[in-house]
Write a protein that binds this ligand. Structure first.
Ligand code: MEV
Length: 424
């Protein structure tokens, strides 16, 4: 029988019936179906309302980053991630930073940009000026969409307009600046962009196409910085190594991608834990890193006059504490409670500090013993688990693989036989 993925009305089925169909299509065993169906602390009903075509949920480890001192305040950091060593590296780096007085942070007001694209405009520069001249009317219309946001001090605050030259001809782009307060803001901004579109269409005489938030949140930036005593980093040589690693990332996009990935390891783990939109953060971060024309590093590390290590990071941070999964996912709510942050700004600043810590943790390892040593034992444990090593032999097999620097499934299986645990 030829299997077809063309399934009409899949979305109308309940998760059980969807799973039954899937079981047949993918030859899943009863055990595999049970694993999928076991949604743990996220009730199936809730999962089914969060996204479409739900058949189950996938648990990912939830760890706690420790040692974080940010603006003289202690934080425990909830981190959801599948990669070994990230939580350990963040905690280790936070401890080093603590020795230098901890992280310091700042952030801008939480302003997001909504874009309205107008095509087919006859005199785009003149149309742009007409849009700008109607700023107050447009802002008023935008703010009528969300009186609650305006009542807490947020709302549409400014309007920009530009003409861009594209393969499809000139376009007028209007940009609404919306202070989203404690929300990530996509819903509010998209609603406002859609609401003001007819006014803009009339003013320009063109046709409005896209009306959507920009994830390049240059008006919603978070910054963190710290100084780490050279003794805490591992001495002057390690400081020099980190400064050189930083210069490498600033100058070379190939290294910058990996350097930034290291920082995002920490940031995204916290963003996921709190049910925020990690794709938005990732997109914003990398676009921001390219803003000057060449992709570069989001953080920099220098040696100060004392020979200590001084680092800083700055990136867009469109996170919220209200709305979406942040308020519905039971584990996300716990993560926010653990963080104890009182505003989206405080949250954004903590995230910047976590990114800086994660970056430092990676660079310290790279500039001293290399990354593999730290990664190795957790990696070996994962491989041993995948190879079916029995719990009783786990420590010996992991220890031996690390010692031999041979971390492979076949070696794990061989060692099980060698240590007398094989039953085949
Ligand atoms: C691995 O997930 C992250 C690192 O590659 C980051 C870096 O190279 O800076 C270790």
């Amino acid at each position: 029988m030829v299997k077809s993925s063309l399934i009409s009305g899949f979305y109308k089925l309940n998760p059980k019936d969807r799973l039954a169909l899937l079981k047949q299509f993918a030859d899943l065993s009863d055990t595999e179906c049970k694993l999928l169906e076991n949604t743990g602390s996220l009730p199936m009903d809730l999962a089914d309302h969060m996204i479409e075509n739900v058949v189950g949920a996938m648990p990912i480890p939830f760890g706690i980053g420790v040692n974080f001192l940010i603006n003289e305040h202690d934080y425990l950091i909830p981190m959801v991630i599948e990669e070994p060593s990230v939580v350990a590296a963040a905690s280790y780096a936070a401890k080093m930073v603590r020795d230098g007085g901890g992280f310091h942070t700042s952030s801008t007001t939480p302003v997001m940009i909504g874009q309205i694209q107008v095509v087919g405009v006859e005199e785009p520069e003149a149309a742009k000026l007409r849009v700008l001249a109607a700023k107050q009317e447009i802002l008023k219309k935008a703010n009528e969409q969300d009186p609650l946001l305006a009542s807490v001090g947020g709302g549409a605050k400014d309007l920009e307009a530009k003409v861009i030259h594209t393969t499809q001809g000139d376009m007028v782009i209007a940009q609404l600046h919306v202070d989203c307060r404690d929300a990530m803001g996509a819903n509010a901004v998209n609603t406002m962009a859609e609401a003001v579109a007819p006014v803009i269409e009339q003013l320009t005489g063109g046709i409005v196409l896209l009306r959507i938030i920009s994830n390049l949140a240059t008006k919603r930036l978070a910054k963190a910085w710290c100084t780490v005593p050279k003794e805490s980093v591992g001495g002057e040589e390690v400081v020099d190594g980190i400064v050189n690693a930083s210069a490498f990332a600033v100058a070379d996009p190939y290294r910058a991608a990996t350097h930034n990935k290291g920082a995002m390891n920490g940031i995204i783990a916290v963003v996921v834990a709190t049910g925020n939109d990690h794709r938005a953060i990732e997109a914003g971060a990398h676009a921001y890193a390219s803003l000057k024309g060449q992709y570069t590093s989001l953080s920099t590390w220098e040696k100060d006059a004392n020979g200590d290590l001084a680092g800083s990071i700055e990136l867009p941070m469109a996170v919220g504490l209200i709305g979406g999964a942040v308020r519905t996912h039971p584990i996300a709510k716990i993560a926010v409670k653990i963080l104890g942050v009182k505003s989206a700004n405080e949250f954004a600043e903590v995230l910047a500090a976590v990114g800086l810590a994660q970056n430092l943790g990676a660079l310290r390892a790279l500039a001293s013993e290399g990354i593999q040593r730290g990664h190795m034992s957790l990696h070996a444990r994962n491989i041993a688990l995948a190879a079916g090593v029995p719990e009783g032999l786990m420590e010996r097999v992991v220890g031996q693989m690390v010692k031999e620097r041979k971390i492979r499934m076949d070696r794990a299986k061989e060692l099980v036989k060698e240590f007398g645990g094989a039953k085949d």
